[in-house]
Write a protein that binds this ligand. Sequence first.
Ligand SMILES: Nc1ncnc2c1ncn2[C@@H]1O[C@H](COP(=O)(O)OP(=O)(O)OP(=O)(O)O)[C@@H](O)[C@H]1O
Ligand SMILES: [Mg+2]
Length: 492
Amino acid sequence: MDKFSEYSSWLAALMFCWTLYRHYLPSKIRESIEYFSSRFTHKFANYFSPYLDITFNEYTGRFTRSEAYTAIQNYLSDKSSAKAKSMNADYIQDSKSLLLKLGDNEEIMDVYDGIQVWWSFKKEESSQPSFSFFPTTPEKRSYTLVFHGKYRKLILDKYLPYVLEEGESIAVQKRRRKLFTNNASGEEGMWDHIEFKHPARFEMLAMEESKKQMILDDLQWFKSAEKYYAQIGKPWKRGYLLYGPPGTGKSTLVAAMANLLDYDIYDLELTAVKDNNQLRRLLIETTCKSIILIEDIDCSLDLTGQRNKKKARDEENNDEKDPLKSKLVKDKVESEKKGSDVTLSGLLNFIDGIWSACGEERIIVFTTNYMDKLDPALVRPGRMDVHIELSYCRYDAFKVLAKNYLKLESHSLFQPIERLLKETNITPASVAENLMPRSLKTTTVEACLRNLVVLLEKPNQENKLKSEQETMLDSGVKSTVTSEESSKEETS
Ligand SMILES: Nc1ncnc2c1ncn2[C@@H]1O[C@H](COP(=O)(O)OP(=O)(O)OP(=O)(O)O)[C@@H](O)[C@H]1O
Ligand SMILES: [Mg+2]
């Protein structure tokens, strides 16, 4: 009984001290005591524990999200869906999929090479002040990996690289590619985007086989040429100039290139860019592994720059005597000014100036219908690495289209079509249009091909008719001339 009363008085004294500690000790001192005691107990426990842990924080700097954290998140997302009991789900707009994440303080076990490791997720309230000039993240998130110390080397050398690689490849599989365009306001968030879903593939492109193979080889070489570019001291980028009449497949080729390389496309509308400064900012905002496309470069801007402006000024001076003409020239210069102040030198800087090296693995593509309208500086050797002419549909290209559109490798009408395609300039777009069954009358393969033959014969017949008319006219003129001459002779 004595012992019991002794314990009770000790307990009462302890309770008294605890109440004093909780209620009367200043909170700052209390927090410090708790912090140091928890550190001590943690260290003490760690000293005897054979387990090690590694923590991966979401942010490595104020604004830089850790790539390792993202890769681990993707890796564990797959594992969590099978193993974890508590999960958080996020809807990912880009990939239109659910991202399952470990729940707060949830832990899952992973097995690698027969070894067990444990991953846990932790979320803490950020200690940063609520008011800040800089954007702050409200929570501090991290993943912690725990494993036995005797596997330290294996985990660091093999398991972690494996997790990061798996996580990255999951991200690539889930990634939806994007088609960006510069918004007209040109302000904050300079690029708008939608999902890029063009189905074009190289096999479907109607062009000479050798040319297609050359482009394929070039793109595949470029994708794997990181070291080569570093070795020769050039930024890892390549310029393509695609030229040819409308409807020959320039835009389709760009889509096929993006699909082949798995790149995003930045479709840059130059007329919506205010000036060279904005052009540079747009360039900085583009990501790696992308195609920057400027379509119809010949009509985008007055890219002969100062040269044309000087010409306009000269014209203006010459036409001062003619007020109407001088007003027209003035209006032209004014409207050009209003639209965009991007100059040729700004564009050349964009292609291969010092700023163009701010991203890696990028392809810049220009398309034009009129190669001869471009400024020589833009097409000089070395500026755009590859010049590709897309031209009218010949037999090689037709066979690709027939296979695509009609699932046809040979047909008795192929021979006349081959002969006609040698004589007629017709775009792949027109051929493709005629190979598509449009009505009940043209549902059969035969009908489609016959339609095409008629279309191809048309210009030939027209030409034949024209030349017949011309020869008739010629002979008519000649006969009148000879009759006039003979009548002259008669009168004389
Ligand atoms: N070489 C080609 N191979 C396969 N399809 C083609 C080819 N050329 C044109 N087409 C078909 O014609 C359509 C128009 O082609 P596309 O827009 O690529 O031509 P373009 O050269 O970019 O024309 P533009 O100069 O007017 O921009 C495409 O949707 C495609 O179906
Ligand atoms: Mg086009």
